[in-house]
Design a protein around this ligand. Structure first.
Ligand code: P6P
Length: 339
């Protein structure tokens, strides 16, 4: 059975999905190319002296890595030449970015236009440790027929996404996408430079034996989260009557990929230390795309209080608490928090 390339996959999907028009296909193909270029930049990091941190601080108040800027520039370059990208929000930029093609075609632009939100290199502080990192992207419909959609156009609930995905730069480069019709995983064949379908229709088991959380925040958690994690730690002698394993990679892409491959639950809850910012993870380009993927794989995703994909953002860099993965685990966390 010959392997299915990303292009062949998209052609087949177009027959089935009315919203998958040529404009969205071109955005997806370009996003895949940007991920390939980013994978190469990450892989060559040590050789091109781009593993170091910069003196600059990004809009998140985080120290920028050289590869944050390099990967961000790669994604901007693709957007600048794709007329179907009407505007974008990046973790690395303070405001909405308008692709350069808008300046040349002031009076005409294609009907099929999209808004892009992405984290060009999530978990980048792990790159110098050679731990897997990734790029996360979310594609929203562009509601306005205006030439330059303003920030307000991006403040759509995540359930309106038409596509979401991530690339994971690990032992191999993988691309995981959803178009609202399940979740499919591609692996980059280095010999042909093609993404090839390797894990179609990924599914998350409804129950879990593995949880992921940064335990160093434990003293700041709400009582309900203390209770949930405490019961996991009690293992088979406790009320859950089973043992749990724990993981924490500090790279959301790696955590979500593990959950897609073997199940589990990932939590970055708001807590007394980060409550003022609303949480650690960003809604538009981390929580929303990952929640779309997880729900499409049969899992669930909430803030512990509400479904993430229902949240209407207040601003483009809004942060939220995140609990995602095995449906029954997320439901239990929600139940403990909503007593
Ligand atoms: P901490 C990476 O910076 C990130 O945004 C996610 O990829 C990851 O899950 C989380 O933050 C790690 O946070 O506080 O454990 O370093």
């Amino acid at each position: 059975m010959p392997a299915t390339s990303l292009s062949e996959y998209l052609i087949e999907k177009q027959k089935k999905l009315a919203h998958l028009n040529d404009g969205l296909v071109s955005v997806l193909v370009d996003l895949a190319e940007a991920c390939k270029k980013t994978a190469h930049a990450v892989n060559q990091g040590a050789l091109t002296h781009s593993l170091e941190s910069l003196d600059s601080i990004n809009v998140q108040g985080e120290k920028q890595q050289a590869l944050d800027v390099i990967s961000n520039d790669i994604f901007l370059a693709f957007a600048d030449q794709n007329k179907h990208v009407a505007g974008l929000v990046s973790e690395e930029l303070p405001d909405v970015y308008f692709p350069h093609h808008l300046q040349s075609d002031a009076d005409q632009f294609p009907a099929q236009r999209y808004l892009l939100a992405f984290d060009p290199l999530d978990g980048s502080s792990n790159v110098s440790l050679n731990i897997s990192v990734g790029s996360i992207f979310s594609v929203l419909p562009c509601p306005d027929a205006v030439q330059q959609p303003q920030a307000q156009a991006f403040l759509q609930a995540g359930k309106h996404q038409v596509c979401a995905g991530y690339a994971m730069y690990g032992f191999s480069t993988m691309l995981v996408i959803t178009l609202g019709d399940g979740v499919d995983c591609f692996t980059l064949d280095e010999t042909t430079d093609e993404f090839v379908l390797t894990s179609p229709e990924m599914k998350i088991p409804q129950d879990a034996n593995e949880f992921a959380i940064n335990m160093s925040h434990q003293r700041f958690w709400e009582p309900a989260m203390q209770r949930y994690v405490g019961e996991c730690l009690q293992g088979v002698e406790g009320v859950r009557k089973k043992d749990f394993n724990m993981r924490w990679v500090a790279s959301m892409v790696a955590e979500v990929h593990r959950i897609l491959v073997r199940g589990g639950v990932f939590m970055y809850p708001t807590d007394s230390k980060i409550k003022k910012q609303g949480g650690k993870l960003r809604l538009l380009y981390e929580a929303n795309p990952m929640s779309f993927i997880v729900e499409q794989a049969g899992g669930a995703s909430s803030t512990a209080y509400e479904r993430i994909l229902d949240i209407i953002p207040d601003h483009i860099h809004q942060r939220v608490g995140v609990v995602l993965g095995a449906k029954h685990e997320v439901e239990l966390v929600n139940a403990y928090h909503n007593r």
